[in-house]
Design a protein around this ligand. Structure first.
Ligand SMILES: C[S@@+](CC[C@H](N)C(=O)[O-])C[C@H]1O[C@@H](n2cnc3c(N)ncnc32)[C@H](O)[C@@H]1O
Length: 301
């Protein structure tokens, strides 16, 4: 299924993971081009219903006209409250395909891609106040160091932060080109592309509060799923995958699993697959975005 907006990753494995019931209630919290949503609807019966979230108004271009479908233009960190507005306290399956869509990457003016020169934006929700230019031009050196180190895993994060703080004295760093230009000397030769990708990843995570949103969402999904309900998550970098893995395995994001008086583990999910599922070589050959994808499937206990 090739869609210029976005080609869904590991579609079949995601559908199997959701174990769709004909009359079930499902949530796709990252609607995007609607590829996964369309498959859910195709597998669901007349009595089922699918609620889809996306914080980017552009996703509305792909809305599905089906009376079993409801679109909610919201951040998935507000999943529980929004579902409550529709009278829902429990659902049978939740799917999250994290990160940005190909459409968001390909729209030069959104500022997500290192391939184009554009304003440093990177907001998935364009009504948000924080964009990448604001971070680069107003965060102090320590704050920049923290996000480059933590979210970009950049080895010379301190030097990078220092360099940017110095560069912005002579003029604001508004665009991808000015940013690239100001850090030319810092990028390891031959690895410029990787370095820029790490830098952009760090900025994007900070702009969109991605790790916070993911943690809030995971906690809410544990409250919302009925016993036996499925949680299916596709992630694209190790910071996200670590949070998902820990939450499914231990019921928390760090530290060891808690146990009750009898030694039983206290956690909301059991893992359906021992290890993360990755895309086949065939899929990667036709969709490069699938290369870094990790799929984790869990069942509510
Ligand atoms: C990888 S794409 C999903 C593609 C989709 N599965 C498909 O088949 O087309 C991720 C989408 O999730 C949205 N998104 C990312 N984080 C979000 C969040 N915290 N809340 C709501 N939407 C989010 C993005 O705007 C983007 O459209």
């Amino acid at each position: 299924m090739n869609n210029p907006y976005h080609t869904p990753v590991m579609l079949e494995a995601c559908m199997q993971g959701l174990a769709i019931k004909s009359d079930g209630l499902y949530v796709d919290v990252t609607f995007g081009g609607g590829g996964h949503s369309r498959s859910i609807l195709a597998l669901m019966g007349e009595k089922g219903h699918l609620y889809a979230f996306d914080q980017d108004p552009d996703a509305r271009k792909n809305l599905i006209h089906d009376n079993r479908f409801t679109f909610i233009q919201q951040n998935f960190r507000f999943l529980k409250n929004n579902l409550r507005l529709y009278g829902l306290k429990h659902v049978d399956g939740i799917l999250a395909d994290l990160g940005v869509s190909s459409h968001q990457f390909d729209q030069a003016e959104r500022g997500f891609s290192t391939r184009f020169d554009a304003r440093l934006d990177m907001r998935m929700d364009q009504s948000g106040e924080l964009d990448a230019a604001k971070i680069v031009n107003t965060y102090n050196e320590d704050e920049l160091h923290r996000i480059f180190g933590m979210y970009g895993e950049i080895h010379n994060a301190r030097t990078l932060a220092k360099t940017l703080v110095k560069a912005r004295i002579t003029g604001t760093l508004e665009t991808v080109a000015t940013l690239k230009d100001s850090i030319k000397g810092l990028m390891p030769r031959g690895k410029e592309h990787k370095y820029m990708a790490q830098l952009f990843q760090a900025l994007r995570i900070e702009v969109n509060g991605e790790l916070d949103a993911l943690q809030t969402f995971l906690q809410q999904s544990a409250e919302l799923l009925t016993p036996g309900g499925r949680l299916v998550i596709l992630s694209y970098h190790s910071l996200e995958d670590r949070l998902v893995k820990n939450f499914i395995g231990k019921g928390k994001f760090r530290g060891e699993v808690e146990k009750d008086f009898f030694g039983n583990e206290i956690k909301p999910f059991k893992s359906v697959n021992r290890k993360a599922i990755t895309a086949s070589e065939d899929e990667i050959a036709v969709n490069n975005r699938a290369r870094s994808a990790k799929l984790r499937i869990a069942e509510k206990i």
